[in-house]
Design a protein around this ligand. Structure first.
Ligand SMILES: Nc1ncnc2c1ncn2[C@@H]1O[C@H](COP(=O)(O)OP(=O)(O)OP(=O)(O)O)[C@@H](O)[C@H]1O
Length: 337
């Protein structure tokens, strides 16, 4: 478990991370999502002990780590692996040579290093590619090498900083699948920094939404998807949900399709998705329901439905209908698009 209390980091006049409190559970994949400039990279530099906060405390488990220096700092940093958007591989080395690097500098004997490199290549699905020059690898393969290199020294925590942002959607999915499997099989804690809600949906169990250096909200991904609280979260979901992404999602259940928008966004989860809530709504209230688009996404194994609909009728009837929907576990939001 990583714990941040009142952590701030300023650059001159600019407060990049502002009084952040965060509990990142261990042994899971935790997402931190934010727009460009929200402070994600700064936050990850602080948590990975590359920079010190101006104020506040960071703990790994019981140990306070933000104030460490010397060998104690090096010891804690050994527990952390990192992968990046642009892979940061050594172009002059082969795939295997990159993976061997951290083992070589930690003084592992050559035979052991060779054996471990083979194991790691297998682990990331690159068996037989150890001698390939980095320049001959695809983006997805390069990221697999970077993952293997990060895992070579058996870290407790793997930080992924926009690790799939440079990859196409299919490669992104395969890298996320790999990370999910590694997390499960190695009891790893993974923290994923991203600006893509798809990455949060497809890989993370919990998420923190960062906005202008502050935590806008945190929660289980399925809860955030079905009942977003902060305006910035809704904005992320609006860009992901209503039209294109539903059609592309791995579990499309498209009801209808329209580019004309709709007055309301309805979100619901679990059992509610299977119930004929809208037909009951239309029977119960004197309103017309026009579904513009809708679908069900798989969010960490939980079905989360999103529907864009018009609810037309007298204002008080529509207000009552909205209140009834909320009482049935359906979150109703005006569509600002
Ligand atoms: N080393 C630095 N010196 C000065 N300002 C910085 C530094 N690092 C970050 N900032 C500022 O802090 C704010 C947050 O930046 P940060 O890179 O953490 O955001 P981000 O969410 O990672 O954005 P992006 O996705 O664009 O990288 C920005 O206004 C940025 O200009």
């Amino acid at each position: 478990m990583i714990q941040l209390r009142n952590v701030s980091r300023r650059y001159g006049e600019r407060t990049a991370v502002n009084a952040v409190d965060l509990d990142i559970p261990g042994n899971t994949i935790y997402g931190i999502i934010g727009k460009s400039g929200a402070g994600k990279s700064t936050l990850i530099r602080l948590i990975s002990l590359l920079e010190k906060p101006d104020s506040g405390e960071i703990r790994f488990g019981e140990d306070r780590v933000d104030n460490l220096t010397g060998d104690a700092l090096i010891g804690q940093r050994r527990k952390i692996g990192m992968i990046f958007q642009n892979f940061n591989l050594f172009g002059s080395r082969t795939a295997g040579g990159n993976i061997a690097y951290p083992l070589e500098i930690s003084g592992k004997p050559r035979k052991e290093t060779e054996r471990r490199v083979q194991e790691l290549l297998e682990l990331v699905g690159l068996e037989g590619r150890g001698n390939a020059p980095v320049s001959t690898l695809s983006g997805g393969q390069k990221q697999r090498v970077a993952i293997a290199r990060a895992l070579a020294v058996e870290p407790d925590i793997l930080f992924c900083d926009e690790a799939t942002s440079a990859l196409d959607p299919q490669t992104t999915r395969s890298i996320l699948e790999l990370l999910k499997n590694l997390q499960k099989n190695m009891n790893l804690s993974i923290v994923m920094i991203t600006h893509q809600m798809e990455v949060v949906r497809d890989a993370c169990r919990s998420v923190a939404v960062l906005d202008e250096g502050k935590i806008a909200e945190t929660g289980l991904v399925a809860d955030i998807f079905s009942r977003p609280q902060a305006a910035v979260t809704r904005e992320f979901l609006t860009h992901l949900n209503p039209l294109e992404s539903i059609a592309e999602s791995s579990c499309p259940d498209l009801v209808r399709w329209s580019h004309e928008g709709g007055a309301y966004i309805l979100r619901f989860r679990g059992a509610v998705t299977g119930e004929p809530v809208l037909s009951r709504l239309a029977r119960k209230f004197d309103i017309d329901v026009n579904i513009r688009a809708g679908g069900v996404q798989d969010v960490s194994g939980i079905a989360v439905g999103t529907m864009i609909a018009d609810l037309a009728g007298k204002p008080d009837e529509v207000a009552q209908a909205r209140a009834w929907l909320e009482s049935q576990g359906v979150s109703v939001e005006e569509n600002k698009e």
